[in-house]
Design a protein around this ligand. Structure first.
Ligand code: DGJ
Length: 707
């Protein structure tokens, strides 16, 4: 049994493979966090639940504790999970324990603890889904109004994670901007509050909803790490709050900014999942546990169980100048080098000759494709590839038939400008008729054409988030309803077209989170396709998310980002660390470049099961030194692959010795370039030299157990 309950002391113990999570009800009936750390065998090992810190009349009268799901009420001053206003205008909530339920399933055990307000008909069902194999817990809350009058929720977070009372905690988080996504930041945590957030309507590139906390000294291989991520693709916040009593709390969920949810009597509101984990084995193990959890329990099956195909995308080759002939020429080249999935990007529909017109008019442009998409799809299939296409369904250009017909289908306020960005506005996906329009458009596209892959883009954030024709009480719900609508459309499309895979894109990596990953199969990591800069983006991505979902293109040296020509092998090695794509203009690649690409794609196909499904080890970070090294190992430890890439550097220093990880110490391994088989122990402890010297030199080493 992975979830234990001790009735006498009202304490629960959730047991992962290596971790335990403890909760208890205190003498006031408040649910308290007790423990999240290495495994404890018995419920009696948990700390006592009545251990509040008493200080002064300025602090909570019940003492300072670690409430598991704090509501705003009484003398509670830290970040609440719940803030509500009742219909009689009372704005004070007191949650006490009511009951619980434990259900055991094959892969996931679930604990539901029900809290209730002491007076009002407000219930909170706290769900804990424990994945013992991965030492990961999914948490979400269902807030229920069993009365007859509405309750307004002004804050409804998914939950709070706590660490033991302690000093010198450090926060690791991911942030950046367009073409600089998922950069790693590490800050010492001092008293006060730090909020990671998006108030943009989409997940955002400025911050990613993932965090890790350590005691300031963890590295890739050792040290306690608490980590977590939110499964939500709209406004979100993660608040890291360290109080003067050295208690640290990380609260997360849908952002309370401009938020109000009108909870009618008899209705419930479900928060997104806030997923958390713990390990003593550093950031490396934290990532590996989380990657496995995502592959096994987040990504849609059965597609998640397969390897991702090698993809070609037309964007950087043709931009909006998409024609049947041009795409056929690219398809021929792509097939010849080994591409498996050919994707036509933006520009195939309406009057979409540039980004100023056509968005919203999802009919095939008759000049570019005189006979529809069929001839191109037939051609792609005859070349042995599958076909994919780009869409941006939540957006509209004012210069489009859709906008001319339905000018009020966008978010807007009366008497305010309708701000355009990239010449487009955001469709009001909160409206059922807009959801229906999007679903039908995509359903028709997928029903009428043999399409295996949709790249779903979103190229701007929200502005003027108004919904003037909705009842006033629900107007602020657009932040949530938009995301619910998006998820619902994706779920319906997946159910009806189960073979179609989806890529989440938002002008690069502005919609990367566990919520969208439940409904898509990969994400576009960044528009930055420069292979050296990519190493930084990919390293940050890998802290939180697995390599199978990380789409990486080999482009034309990505001149538009930085004019730094890079060798073909370097461009490939950088992109082979995730799901490989080709994004360059193949009609302009030389015969030699095409030949080398063919060989590299073949090599990728022979190792992609290791990269996409294996354990990942970040051996040398691009943020330090002159070389990046990343290793992947199959779960049975019989196969591994090492990528080593030298950075543009001064003074021609050689790359450092690389110490592998994750192998069996006593087994012999054959390594590319090394004649004699060598033990796992030697590879991990003695290390190997990859002998890189030149700027942008790179190597891929295959490591295979000799039986
Ligand atoms: C932004 C995406 O990130 C690009 O890959 C491309 O699809 C463009 N949008 C198309 O407009």
């Amino acid at each position: 049994m992975a979830i234990l309950f001790d009735k006498q002391t009202s304490r629960w113990l959730l047991q992962g493979k290596n971790v335990s999570y403890g909760l208890g009800v205190d003498k006031n009936g408040t649910l308290q966090h007790l423990y999240f750390g290495s495994k404890l065998p018995f419920v009696s090992d948990l700390p006592d639940v009545n251990t509040a810190i008493y200080h002064s009349s300025f602090e909570p009268s019940g003492g300072i504790t670690q409430p598991e799901y704090p509501a705003w009420g009484g003398m509670y001053y830290y970040e609440p999970c719940l803030k509500a206003t009742f219909s009689d205008h009372v704005r004070d909530t007191r949650l006490v324990y009511k009951e619980h339920q434990i259900t055991e399933n094959e892969q996931v055990d679930e604990l539901v603890i029900v809290l209730q307000d002491t007076v009002y008909p407000l219930f909170v069902h706290l769900h804990y889904r424990l994945f013992p194999e991965h030492d990961v817990i999914e948490r979400y809350a269902v807030i229920e109004n069993t009365g007859t009058t509405p309750i307004t929720l002004e804050q409804a977070l998914s939950g709070s994670w706590h660490t033991p009372r302690g000093d010198r905690y450090r926060l690791t988080h991911l942030g950046g901007k367009w073409i600089e996504e998922t950069q790693i930041y590490q800050d010492e945590i001092t008293p006060g509050k730090k909020t990671l957030e998006s108030r943009r309507g989409n997940t955002g590139a400025q911050a990613n909803p993932w965090f890790a906390i350590d005691r300031g000294t963890a590295d890739e291989d050792q040290g306690e790490v608490w980590f977590g991520a939110l499964g939500w693709s709209g406004n979100w916040k993660i608040t890291v709050e360290y109080n003067p009593f050295k208690l640290l709390q990380v609260s997360g969920g849908i952002h309370d900014f401009d938020f109000a949810w009108h909870l009618e009597g008899g209705k419930s509101f479900q928060t997104p999942a806030f997923v958390g984990g713990y390990t003593r084995l550093g950031f490396g193990q934290a990532s590996r546990n989380f990657h496995d959890y995502q592959r096994n329990h987040v990504l849609p099956k059965p597609i998640a169980e397969q390897v991702r195909p090698v993809l070609y995308n037309s964007w950087e080759a043709t931009y909006f100048d998409v024609t049947e002939q041009g795409q056929m020429a690219l398809a021929e080249r792509a097939a010849a080098i080994g591409v498996e999935l050919f994707v036509v990007d933006d520009g195939w529909f309406g009057e979409r000759h540039h980004d100023r017109a056509g968005l919203g008019d999802w009919t095939v442009n008759p000049v570019k494709f005189p006979n529809g998409l069929k001839p191109l799809i037939d051609k792609v299939e005859s070349l042995g590839m599958r076909f994919g296409i780009w869409v941006e369904p939540e957006m509209v250009n004012p210069d489009s038939d859709l906008y001319r017909k339905n000018p009020d289908w966008i978010y807007h306020f009366p008497n305010r400008p309708r701000t355009e960005s990239r010449n487009q506005c955001v469709l009001n996906v909160s409206k059922p008729e807009v959801q229906e329009f999007i679903f039908k458009m995509l359903d028709d596209l997928l029903s009428e054409n043999n399409i295996d892959f949709i790249k779903w883009d979103m190229n701007r954030s929200f502005s003027e988030p108004g919904w003037p024709d909705a009842p006033q009480a629900i107007q602020k719900e657009i932040w949530v309803r938009h995301v619910q609508g998006l998820y619902d459309i994706l779920a319906r499309l997946r159910a009806k077209h189960p073979k179609v895979a989806f890529e989440s894109c938002s002008g690069g990596g502005a919609r990367i989170d566990l919520g969208i990953m439940r409904l898509t199969d990969e994400v576009w990591t960044s528009d930055n396709t420069e292979p050296y800069e990519r190493l930084f983006i990919q390293e940050g991505y890998s802290l939180a998310y697995n390599a199978q979902t990380m789409m990486c293109w080999v482009a034309d040296s990505a001149k538009w980002v930085k004019n730094r020509p890079a060798p073909v092998a370097y461009r490939f090695h950088s992109s082979m660390m995730g799901s490989l794509g080709i994004g360059g203009n193949l009609t302009q690649w030389s015969e030699e470049e095409l030949a080398e690409s063919t060989q590299l794609i073949e090599e990728y196909k022979s190792i992609r099961h290791i990269v996409q499904k294996g354990n990942q080890y970040r051996l040398l970070s691009p943020r330090k030194g002159n070389t990046t090294a990343v290793q992947y190992v199959t779960h049975d430890q019989s196969e591994s692959v090492l990528f080593a890439l030298m950075h543009p550097q001064k003074f021609q220093n050689p790359s450092p010795r690389i110490y592998l990880r994750g192998l069996k110490s006593d087994s012999l391994y054959k390594v590319t370039d090394i004649e004699e088989p060598i033990s796992g122990s030697a590879l991990m402890n003695r290390g190997i030299d990859v002998n890189l010297h030149a700027d942008l030199a790179s190597k891929l080493l295959k490591i295979r157990e000799v039986k």
